[in-house]
Each structure stands twice: as C-alpha cells, then as structure tokens.
Design a protein around this ligand. Structure first.
Ligand code: ARG
Length: 575
C-alpha cells in the first residue's frame, strides 16, 4: 500500500539512521515491500543482515524497538521471521477515505504534464475493421483517458492505412463498379478481396492498376479524387464503429500513411546522408545493427522498393520526424499487435542511428495478443473469415438487451435500450481490457456478459445497486462528501483498503501501459463492496454509522464510475 509506505518512510528513516544503516541500504526494501495476507506492508530485513552482521530476525526486532510508539495513529508493527509487518490503523484508513470522499479527483494526483502521442486503432482503408482493431482501439482509448486524467496532453493519432501500391488496384476496381456508386452501396466486406482476385487473375486489370499507382504517386487530380472517395467511404464505416464503441477518436485525429507521403523522399535522403542507405537487389535498404535473419545474414529494413515504391517502415520513419518536429512530443506509444514487434524494433533502431530521435525520445511499442474463439483458434466468423467488428458490437447490444429484458422487465423501453448499449459495449470492451494485453484472450459471450466474475456487468451492477440505495431512500449522494467515515466492521476496513489503493493502481496501469491493472483493482473494490453490503446494513443502521456507511457507498460508486470511465466504460444508474 503506497500511501502507508509514504507514511512509514520518515519514521523508518529516523530508526535506520540511529542504527547507522545508509539510505541506499534500506529505502529499496520499503519500495520493494509487498502486501501480504498479514500486512498492508511487509518489509523483508534479510538484505540488511550483511550490513549489520546480525540475523534478519534480530534486525527486525531492533527496528521494531526503535520505532516504539512513533507509528501510533498510523499502523501497528510486528516482526515475523525477519519481516516487519505494518498494518494500517482504522483511524488512518478513515482519514484517507475522508480525503477521497471530499476530493473531486478521488486522491488521484496530477503528474508533470508531457505531450504523449498515442498511435492506436489504425484500421485500413477499403476494408472492414476486424477484431484486431478492436484491441488497439479499446486499449488505446483507455490509455488516452487514463493519461489525460493524470494531467498529460494526449495527442491521439489514427495511423490509418490509406496509401501504398494496393490503391492502384482499389481505384481501378472502384472505376469498374462505377465511381458514381453512392458510398453506402460500396461493400467494404468484399471490396478489397474482389480487387485482389481481379488483380491476380486479370493481366489487363493488373496492368491498369500498376499505371494507376504511378498516377497516384504523381498526385494526378482525377486519381486523387477517386482515392478520396475510397477514404471517405471508409471513414463513414470507421466513424460508425467509433461512435458505437464510444471512443474518443475523431476525424481530427487522422494521421494516416498518406499524411507522410510527401516526406518520404526526404527520409531516403536523410538516411543516405547519415551513411546508412545500401542497395540490395535494386531496393534501397538499411541494415539496422544487431538484426539477422534465420540464415544469420543481416536483416534489411526496406526503405524504397526496386520499383520506386515506398514501404510501411518508411512512413513510420517520416511519422517519427513529424511527431518530434511538428507535434512537439517526445513520448510515443504505438498500440499495435504483437506480430508487429519486429517492425517497430527495427524502425526505432534505424530512427536512432540516423539521428531522427535521441535518448530523450521514448518510442514504445505497446503490443497485445490475439482474440481467440472458444475453440482456442484465432476468432473467426461462421464462414471462417475474419470477424467484422461492427457485427460483434451489434450482437453484443442485442444479447445485453435480452438479458436486461429478462432481469428487469419493468424497465421502460427507451431506458432499456440505453442500458443494453452500456452493458453490451461495456462487456466487449471490459473483456478485452481486463486481461493482461500481452496475452491472448478468449472471446466468450457467456463469460463477458455474466453478472458474476471479473466482468463489466458485475461492476456496472455494483454501481447501479449503490445508486438505488440512495434513490430508494430519497437521499442526495453529494450530501455525504464531508461526513466522517468510521470503519468499525472488518468488511468496511477491507472495502476502504481497496478504495485507498485506487490511485496507486491507476498509476501502475499508466506506467506499464496496462489498463488491466486498473480493472483488477475496480473488481476488488466491487467484490469488497458486495461483502460489505451483505453483512453491514446501510439504510437500516442509525446515526453516525448510517451516515458513515452512506458516505462509504457514495465513495465506492464514484470510484467505480471514475475507474470505469477511464477504461471507456459507461455505468447506468439502474439496470
Ligand atoms: N494499419 C496498420 C494495420 O492495420 C496498423 C498501423 C499501426 N501504426 C503505425 N504507426 N504503424 O496493421
């Protein structure tokens, strides 16, 4: 428990200096202490044995004696097997809870503001968004919200795939189906694959397509107009999905590959000037240090192909230069699947050795695993193809709707629709975000929509239940924000510990770019609330106890609501 560690630190400092233990020998022990079943802070004294030439147990006893009564009002301390166990006093916990209750920000501190670019979502033009983009969009959106809440200026960048050689065939295919086709009649489900199969089977079409690429690269107005039509059609689709998901991205955040197109020749020149560019079978490449292929030969990063076309990596290099020079950022997060780890590692390496970015720039790939079906394979549609994100979201809301209809038939239709949306979308997002992003996860409707377990409905329900305590008793939630909070029951203290750890969980989630660390804490809060509510009467209690418990309920609901909103999940007042 970070707050307790901070409260103990000055007391420990005094004792350690009496014992002649240097700061460097003890302060790491406190920082590395853990929460155990027996203590809020369990600090091992074992590494001090070599400094003090005494057994860890004897050292722990000495420190304990040295602390004496200085911890009164903060915590109780005991020494067990060379560990010092610190357990917060209820009064101390109460004070932290009262601070949180009175604070709009729930004790979440603001950090020194940095400009952080988050590259996320990044679907491809002329294709439907699929579940791979679900992960990037959900995780990126949560990081955006969490880091913004911590006081940073987040610049979201949607690095859409909107440029490159495939656009030759895509534009020709658009011409074939008729450029006057209304956008919503263009089926993105098959557009790309239709163009691709024509390209593979029809030599004349392939020829036209290649010529079209050249015209596109020369910015021929007619070709650019056709290209723009495809982009616009795709944006309709992307925005439809974003709106349904309730993510923060807008058209202002678009920074696709086409944005960097004009800068690509400069990238080539700069790499050449840095002495990094080499020729390989007509292509211009860079061999980043330390990269070899399976045969043990140096692995190239292709910058410009033999036909003059540029590569995905070239755009990313131009993009890095833009972010430093024009966006003014030195912190870049790339929320992209783990399968692109090598791409980013090589791009970063080249950008560093070419001097595009120095040590002050933190470029971090934030990778994630796959979405699997219940069969353990990569999630696929019934026909075996990639699952379209939109279909998934629609199904989620439908399933949530029937669930609510069953659980709460009295809910008016319009309210039910609203709740079903929050529940359905919330479930899909939460299932994604509550597992360690490094792992694959299984897309399982039953599990994600369950009211039990670490799920969105469980957390949303805990919140709604608290709201209904207040509405049934006709009490204003905000009238308890200066009430004193006493933690007489063990379950109240457990709930308090879970709530006090919220700011720390958020910081950890931000520092490791792992939203699931926040989700885990929210789940712990909801669980602690459930057991508190089971055994501690709220409305039926009296006097100060009643007031304290109502304040506890309100603070629990606000923490859940804030925490979920930082993960991009809305909470209904009732459900
Ligand atoms: N459009 C790419 C894809 O769908 C992701 C782009 C990620 N961002 C980047 N800067 N490369 O795989």
């Amino acid at each position: 428990m970070r707050d307790l560690v901070e409260a103990i630190r000055p007391l420990l400092k005094a004792v350690m200096s009496d014992l002649d233990v240097g700061e460097e020998d003890w302060s790491g022990l406190l920082a590395g202490s853990t929460v155990s079943d027996f203590a809020d802070v369990a600090m091992p004294c074992h590494s001090l044995a070599r400094v003090l030439r005494q057994s860890p147990a004897a050292i722990a006893e000495d420190v304990l004696a040295g602390l004496g009564s200085s911890t009164a009002g903060i915590c109780t301390v005991s020494s067990v097997n060379g560990f010092l166990n610190f357990t917060a006093d209820n009064e101390w916990l109460s004070m932290r809870m009262e601070e949180a209750s009175a604070d709009e920000r729930l004790r979440v501190a603001v950090e020194d503001s940095r400009i952080i670019v988050i590259d996320y979502s990044s679907p491809n033009v002329a294709k439907h968004m699929h579940v791979g983009h679900l992960r990037s969009t959900v995780i990126g959106d949560a990081l955006n919200r969490m880091l913004t809440y911590k006081g940073h200026t987040v610049v979201p960048e949607n690095h859409v795939g909107d440029w490159g050689t495939p656009f030759g065939m895509l534009i020709e295919h658009l011409i074939d189906i008729g450029i006057e086709t209304p956008p919503d009649e263009i089926d993105l489900g098959s557009f790309y694959s239709d163009a691709r199969s024509k390209f593979d089977s029809d030599a004349a079409f392939a020829n036209r397509s290649r010529k079209r690429v050249v015209r596109m690269q020369a910015s021929e107005p007619e070709t650019i107009a056709h290209w723009q039509m495809l982009v616009n059609r795709s944006l309709l689709h992307f925005n439809d999905v974003y709106q349904m998901m309730g993510v923060l991205l807008t058209d202002d955040d678009l920074a696709g590959e086409s944005k960097y197109e004009a800068a690509l020749p400069d990238v080539v020149d700069m790499l050449a000037a840095a002495g990094l560019l080499e020729e390989s079978e007509g292509a211009k490449v860079v061999y980043p240090e330390g990269w070899i292929n399976r045969e043990g030969e140096p692995l190239p990063l292709i910058i410009q192909k033999a036909d003059g076309g540029y590569n995905y990596a070239t755009s990313d290099l131009a993009c890095i230069i833009d972010r430093i020079q024009n966006v003014g950022s030195r912190d870049f997060l790339y929320v992209v699947g783990a399968e692109q780890a090598q791409h980013f590692a090589m791009v970063f390496e080249v950008a560093r050795s070419a001097g595009f970015m120095d040590e002050s720039v933190n470029a971090i790939h934030v990778p994630f695993g796959l979405v699997l079906g219940t069969d353990g394979k990569k999630l696929a549609s019934r026909t075996g193809g990639a699952v379209q994100l939109k279909d998934l979201l629609v199904e989620a809301v439908e399933r949530a709707d029937s669930l609510i209809a069953e659980k709460n038939p009295e809910l008016p239709a319009d309210e039910r629709a609203e709740v079903a949306h929050m529940l359905g979308i919330g479930s899909v997002k939460y299932a994604d975000i509550s597992t360690d992003r490094a792992n694959n996860y299984t897309f399982d409707w039953e599990k994600m929509l369950s009211f039990e377990g670490n799920t969105a409905p469980y957390l949303q329900y805990a919140h709604a239940r608290i709201c209904s305590i207040f509405s049934k008793a006709e009490l204003e939630r905000d009238s308890f924000r200066n009430s004193s909070i006493s933690l007489d029951d063990e379950r109240e203290a457990t709930l308090a510990r879970a709530i006090i750890a919220f700011p720390q969980a958020l910081d950890l989630a931000c520092a490791t770019h792992s939203p699931h660390k926040l989700a885990t804490q929210l789940h712990a809060i909801a669980q602690a609330f459930a057991s508190f509510y089971e055994s501690c009467p709220v409305i039926a209690s009296e006097g100060l106890t009643r007031e304290s418990r109502l304040a506890l309920c309100d603070l629990t609901a606000r923490t859940l609501e804030t925490g979920l909103s930082l993960l991009g999940i809305s909470v209904p007042q009732r459900m």
